[in-house]
Design a protein around this ligand. Sequence first.
Ligand code: NDP
Length: 225
Amino acid sequence: MSAPDGVTLVTGGNRGIGAAIAERLRDGGHTVVTLGRSGGDVQADVSDAESVKRAFDEVHERFGKVLVLVNNAGLTRDGLAIRMSAEDWQSVVDTNLSGAFHCTRRALDDMLKARYGRIVNISSVVAERANPGQANYVAAKAGLLGFTRTVAREMGRKGITCNAITPGVIETDMTHDVADGLKAMVPAGRVGRPEEVAAAVAFLVGDDAAYINGATLSVDGGLGA
Ligand code: NDP
């Protein structure tokens, strides 16, 4: 994989899947910058457009232009729709969906000037189905797939690709409380490792994926099949 002459920004890169993505891309020669609320190279809240703008200013000053963006930051606030608070709806949509927009919006300025860019959005296996108790999260992750396809179409002639990954159940802080019943449904017979999602990201940002645009790649052990 040839690394681009720019910065690779991984949101939510300080732990879980994001940390594995950051490590994998660093190993592949990328200059990786991680962003999170509580840690990472740059601190920002992706759900806040102003915070993202300040973060990009800092990245530009300290590291350079963002030519690869991995929108990985995400969170869950589960509950049945009938009992879900407006705050829990909003925070999940603001982080998982609007956060990807705010970061993409900023990164596209850099990518358009370079006429090169790779965007990978981390959605979820639930985006293409239903998951009772996660109406906010499913809506946000499904929206992220539509956003991915549309950015792909808008930027296709500019040397910029935008693709999505739909992970299944991956062993991180987020899935500590996931029911064993769901884990037992995975055809692979096990949950996934963050490194397995990172490998798919490395493929999508690499030269071999130059003709892949607007696609959704499942990394779920067959769960979504
Ligand atoms: P974790 O909870 O382990 O990590 C989430 C990361 O996102 C943290 O680095 C966190 O950092 C960051 N983050 C959360 N909110 C914000 C915010 N507002 N601004 C900036 N950073 C934020 O989750 P995973 O590693 O499991 O998940 C990573 C991605 O993969 C998410 O988008 C998730 O929805 C998706 N996914 C995960 C699956 C799984 O099974 N684990 C399955 C399918 C999809 P901090 O708290 O410091 O801000």
